[in-house]
Write a protein that binds this ligand. Structure first.
Ligand SMILES: Nc1ncnc2c1ncn2[C@@H]1O[C@H](COP(=O)(O)OP(=O)(O)O)[C@@H](O)[C@H]1O
Ligand SMILES: [Mg+2]
Length: 135
């Protein structure tokens, strides 16, 4: 099991780096190239939201193994303004910034597990998991 990775995110460059790191880690733990690309996309969307809405935060990647399953956990956390209406933010096409509003709902669809904890003034933590398909 590879070591956890934690990356500070505050710039476009950090978003790109998080995306690349996510792709390599996914490949390292046995995901296919196409799965690794989807995982990298999800990481990129979460990191992009940190830069856009919170200014700075962290993205952590951790390989996990439970019983017969192995996969990757991604935690994207910030201490930014938080999200007042989480169910609205998860709706396709909702954006407070004139964006496409497909980031969070897209990440939810790409991953197997999705958890978002946020409150105004308290920041936002998104935890997602992707499991490797059983052989
Ligand atoms: N880390 C965050 N902190 C505060 N608000 C966020 C964060 N991530 C997402 N949001 C809010 O949720 C909305 C939807 O996010 P998303 O689906 O990625 O769409 P987009 O980024 O295109 O607006 C954003 O417009 C923003 O209002
Ligand atoms: Mg977004």
């Amino acid at each position: 099991m590879s070591d956890p990775v934690e990356m500070n995110i505050s710039s476009d460059m950090d978003v790109v780096r998080a995306r690349q790191e996510g792709r390599s880690k996914a490949l390292l733990i046995g995901f296919s190239v196409s799965e690794a690309t989807l995982i990298a996309t999800a990481i990129s969307e979460l990191a992009r939201n940190i830069v856009s809405y919170a200014g700075e935060g962290v993205v952590a990647l951790q390989a996990v193994q439970t019983g017969s399953r192995s996969g990757l956990v991604i935690v994207a956390a910030d201490k930014g303004p938080g999200i007042a209406n989480v169910s609205l933010a998860l709706r396709d096409g909702y954006s407070s910034s004139g964006g496409l509003g497909l980031g969070l709902p897209g990440v939810r669809r790409l991953m197997d597990e999705f958890d978002l904890v946020s409150a105004p003034g308290r920041g936002t933590t998104v935890t997602v998991k992707k499991w490797r398909p059983r052989m």
